[in-house]
Design a binder for this molecule. Structure first.
Ligand SMILES: Cc1ncc(C[n+]2csc(CCOP(=O)(O)OP(=O)(O)O)c2C)c(N)n1
Length: 576
């Protein structure tokens, strides 16, 4: 039997047994006993400057490693500040355990100081949540929370712990098994459906692979690569799936969807078999659903049965872990590979010729200027310096889309962004989490001038821990993505989008004790980024880019994905 300990120490014991090496949080009244126990514990606590950023940092850690990210907040305002991060983790299926303090059990429901109904508030934005009723329940609950967060379709789990539970004394009894009736994870995939999928693939003239964040979550990149090579199909990876197939792989087309490439969207539209792997047919990918992949039979593999048929009916539905399903599918494909001397061979060659033609007709073309820094130019320079290997944690907006288009990722877990929720303020704190998770990696925090100002307090965290993050602000002086929509769809009536005050980057960084600089000339860009990368510590590079550049291609809201606007309208030449 273990020694007598209080709930706070017991919680730390549980975290240690779950392999937690660091977590992100902010203390308060009811978590005092926990922070007291932490005082001489080996697990590293990272003090962020806002609880929302604790959750985003935990996500950054989880996204960079695949391990569960952990964050912690006090009751009331601390807990409610976590909500955006929890929704974000829920939307993107990121394994996070959030620990919150709660007022003493006997005060619950009395409108006590800093009481909030955290359990009720977070019910719909967590995969599961708990209010711990007694110390005896604590270890079981915490280990269950980690199990639920990481298993099946990953997601956030919140554990709300009243102050008296932290203070109560008891013995830690190791939890040897997790038994959750009603929580079933189907990992294997139906053998018959896998065989049907293989048959459909071999009969297909125009197969197309549509791979998403599920590939990253399931660590299924190798299996995905084997599949595309085995069937020699073109493949796209979604915003959430970038890096799931190396960007320099010959079968990789690019990202599909609202700001996807012409070839990716045309491939989706004209394929006859769509192999959808760990995706959820998000509206930003499908555009108008009725017009999405109209000729395709759909094979849909997902661990979450609720995703199958949610937006698009599947002809071959396969519920399972995409890694295990692909392992089996690859085996069946190897066994059933037909001898090919028929019309299918010609059809497949024509399909590849068509894909290549689409790629060359409308490539994601580099855009540069002699007088101003084009956003695309900035992304191409980051791409050059990262060489497919750096972590890029992005915020939300135009810069995020240009980054997704132009920065190439050669491995999973390098591209970190808020996909489903699109939460501004995500970039900087998620970079912090990623840098703690991967101290060996070059980490860029790529942010807009809007999102940067939402998370600016975290400069203190970066400075305090000396994190060598390269903060690159793509500064267009506007809430760029909203300005783009106002220009294109609201007669250019720019309403509340101008960011007319931005701090001096050198002074701002200097105030925190690290280096910063502003540039606005294209010839300064390469050297300035190189200088930032060479700097052993953090660096803030404020890059002033053309203010009115728009992201293209663009599928207008409600449009079909083959109805892309490829470039800005050209001015009509007036005859002399
Ligand atoms: C928390 C939050 N508030 C508002 C929005 C709506 N929104 C989406 S993109 C965007 C503009 C972002 O501007 P900026 O950070 O400067 O990046 P840019 O688009 O210029 O690259 C806004 C306001 C959001 N996504 N998240």
């Amino acid at each position: 039997m273990s020694s007598l300990m209080n709930g706070a120490k017991m919680l730390l014991e549980c975290l240690a047994r779950e392999g937690v090496d660091c977590f992100f949080g902010y203390p308060g009244g009811v978590t005092l006993p926990f922070y007291d126990a932490l005082y001489d514990h080996h697990i590293r606590h990272v003090l962020v400057r806002h609880e929302e950023n604790a959750c985003f940092a935990a996500e950054g850690y989880a996204r960079a490693t695949g391990k569960v990210g952990v964050c912690c907040a006090t009751s009331g305002p601390g807990a409610t500040n976590l909500v955006t991060g929890l929704v974000d983790a829920m939307m993107d299926s990121i394994p996070v355990v959030a620990l919150t303090g709660q007022v003493t059990s006997k005060l619950i429901g009395s409108d006590a100081f800093q009481e909030a109904d955290t359990f009720g508030i977070t019910r719909s934005c967590t995969k599961h949540n708990y209010l711990v009723k007694s110390l005896e329940d604590l270890p079981q609950v915490v280990h269950e929370a980690f199990y639920i967060a990481a298993s099946g379709r990953p997601g956030p789990v919140l554990v709300d712990i009243p102050k008296d539970v932290f203070q109560a004394q008891g013995h830690y009894a190791p939890v040897t098994s997790i038994h959750l009736p009603g929580y079933k994870v189907f990992t294997e995939g139906h053998t018959g459906q896998i065989r049907r999928a293989a048959q459909l693939i071999w009969e297909s003239e125009r197969p197309f692979v549509y791979a998403g964040g599920g590939i990253i979550a399931a660590n299924a990149s190798d299996e995905l690569r084997e599949l595309v090579e085995r069937i020699d199909a073109p493949a796209v990876t979604t915003l959430m799936g970038l890096g799931g197939l190396p960007a320099n792989h010959p079968n990789f087309v690019s990202m599909p969807g609202m700001h996807g490439s012409y070839a990716a969207n045309m491939g989706m539209t004209h394929c006859d078999v769509l192999i959808a792997l760990g995706v959820r047919f998000d509206d930003r990918v499908t555009g108008r659903l009725a017009a999405f992949a109209p000729h395709a039979k759909v094979i849909h593999v997902d661990i979450d049965p609720a995703e199958i048929g949610k937006n698009r009916a599947a002809d071959v539905p396969i519920v399972g872990d995409v890694k295990r399903v692909l392992t089996k599918l690859n085996k069946v494909l190897a066994e059933t590979r037909p001898e090919r001397k028929d019309r299918l061979t010609d059809a497949r060659q024509e399909w590849w010729a068509q894909i290549r033609a689409w790629k060359t007709e409308h490539p994601l073309a580099p855009v540069t200027s002699d007088s101003e820094i084009k956003p695309q130019h900035l992304m191409m320079e980051i791409d050059r310096l990262s060489a497919g290997e750096a972590i890029v944690a992005s915020d939300v907006g135009q810069h995020q889309m240009w980054a997704a288009q132009f920065i190439r990722f050669h491995a999973p877990r390098l591209w970190i962004n808020s996909g489903g929720l699109g939460a501004m303020g995500f970039g900087l704190p998620s970079a912090i989490g990623a840098q703690f998770a991967r101290p060996d990696k070059l980490v860029f925090a790529l942010v807009g001038d809007g999102g940067f100002q939402m998370s600016i307090p975290e400069l203190a965290t970066i400075a305090a821990y000396g994190l060598p993050i390269k903060i690159v602000v793509m500064n267009n002086g506007y809430l760029g993505m909203v300005r783009q929509w106002q220009e294109l769809f609201y007669n250019n009536r720019l309403s509340a989008v101008e960011l007319d005050c931005f701090p001096d980057a050198e002074k701002l960084a200097g105030a925190y004790g690290f280096r910063g600089r502003t540039i606005d000339k294209p010839w300064e860009l390469a050297a300035a980024l190189e200088e930032a990368v060479r700097e052993p510590g953090p660096y803030l590079l404020n890059v002033k880019v053309s203010p009115f550049e728009n992201v293209y291609p663009m599928v207008p809201a409600g449009g079909a994905i083959n109805e892309m606007v490829l470039a800005p309208p050209q001015p009509v030449a007036v005859p002399k």
